[in-house]
Design a protein around this ligand. Structure first.
Ligand code: CP3
Length: 370
């Protein structure tokens, strides 16, 4: 199936594009009134995520509103621990909760690799979305599949919910590294099988969300979160039907470990807003690891005026345009996927997202034509 718009895949693979592709982490979500309407039909967030037809509907909503260059599967990273039997619920306004967190040796010893049959709704959603993306016999944009990183999943599995400091999880890491290793090993196998099944169902790129890798000290990050992501990547298919499947790794707070992340086997490194895309480009070139980058507009900058949003988006593009390119024949802006530095806030004004996306579209074209 030919793609009408392949800018996202081309940027991930460091090929030239006419402008910078853009998509937004959590682009389908509560800041959109149409999302809230569909969610009300489903009854809850989990019911929505578990209904392939409605999950397809919300996946496409942001694409109909904004000039976005990729769709991302509507689901959640916590589907895996749910399928491991930890009992996931989302309390209104409180975030995720597991009824059976992994707090002791017995619970860890009873942990099993996720049963993919329990996750069939995810793979069904992937194939439904692929079908729904077809327009006049061609695919509008590529579809990104995703998973949490083994470490980030472990954080929720041990803690049983979100947390400011994940003290039970980090406590286990330092006190009982043997137990943490068992959890990470189960997660590595589960995440690899889950992402492989998403590719089989039609995912054309894979993103690993390592939201809590940045909680770890230097050294611990490399041997805990990064090593388990590398183990996952080693197990993943890299090609389907002759097309490379790019892998994107996003460690929130991972800017300091850029050179290490570049050795993970990923094609693209996602940056949060504390890093600089331009400086990251230079650092990677300095160690001869010229990976593509994704990011990193501060999602909270969407709370400024449309003019200020436009200025801030231009700053990121202008800085990168002044940096060295990834290779001959490439513009400095090639090999960059514009995105937020983290998920969009539910309180974002949807019109402000229009200002952001339209600025990236026009300004990245202008800079390339100068
Ligand atoms: O990007 C997309 O549009 C795809 C969908 C997606 C969701 N969650 C939908 C969602 C993706 C990629 C995720 C990833 C995810 N989920 C992460 C990693 C990225 C990150 O944000 O750090 C994490 C840590 C989670 C776990 C999670 N899911 C939390 C902590 C919460 C509650 C807090 C919150 O922001 O609401 C969720 C719920 C969730 N996942 C919502 C959505 C749209 C909101 C739920 C609702 O509609 O009530």
């Amino acid at each position: 199936m030919a793609l009408i718009n392949d800018r996202f895949l081309r940027a991930c693979l460091k090929q030239s594009t006419d402008r910078t592709p853009i998509w937004l982490m959590r682009q389908a979500g509560r800041y959109l009134p149409e999302y809230n309407a569909t969610r009300a039909v489903a009854g809850s967030f989990l019911a929505l995520a578990k209904n392939p037809q409605l999950a397809t509907e919300v996946t496409l909503q942001p694409l109909d509103r904004y000039p976005l260059d990729a769709a991302i599967l509507f689901s959640d990273i916590l589907t895996i621990p749910d399928a491991m039997g930890l009992g996931l619920t989302f309390e209104a306004g409180e975030g995720p909760r597991f009824s059976k967190p992994l707090r002791d040796e017995q619970a860890v010893n009873n942990l099993r690799v996720a049963d993919l049959n329990e996750l069939k709704y995810v793979f069904d959603a992937v194939s439904e979305i692929r079908k729904a993306l077809i327009q006049d016999g061609q695919q509008r944009v590529p579809l990104i599949g995703f998973s949490g990183s083994p470490w980030t999943l472990a954080c929720y599995m041990v803690e049983g919910s979100g947390s400011d400091d994940f003290k039970h999880t980090k406590g286990m890491l330092y006190q009982r590294p043997d137990l943490m290793k068992k959890i990470l090993d189960a997660n590595i196998q589960s995440v690899a099988a889950y992402l492989t099944a998403q590719v089989d169902a039609g995912a054309q790129a894979l993103m690993i969300f390592d939201t809590w890798g940045g909680l770890l000290p230097d050294g611990w990050y490399q041997k805990t979160s990064l090593a388990s992501m590398k183990a996952v990547i080693d197990l993943l298919p890299r090609e389907k039907d002759g097309q490379r499947i790019p892998i994107l790794v996003f460690t929130k707070g991972g800017g300091i470990w850029l050179e290490d992340i570049a050795s993970s086997g990923a094609d693209v490194i996602g940056l949060d807003w504390t890093a600089s895309v331009a400086k990251s480009r230079k650092r990677l070139l300095a160690v001869n690891k010229p990976l593509a980058l994704q990011g990193n507009f501060d999602p909270l900058a969407l709370f400024s005026s449309p003019e200020q949003i436009s200025q801030e988006a231009k700053r990121i593009l202008d800085e990168l345009a002044e940096s060295p390119s990834l290779g001959s024949g490439l513009h400095s802006l090639d090999g960059h996927v514009f995105n937020l530095g983290h998920g969009i806030s539910q309180f974002t004004n949807p019109d402000h997202v229009t200002a952001l996306t339209e600025t990236v579209v026009s300004h990245s074209k202008t800079l390339r034509n100068q």
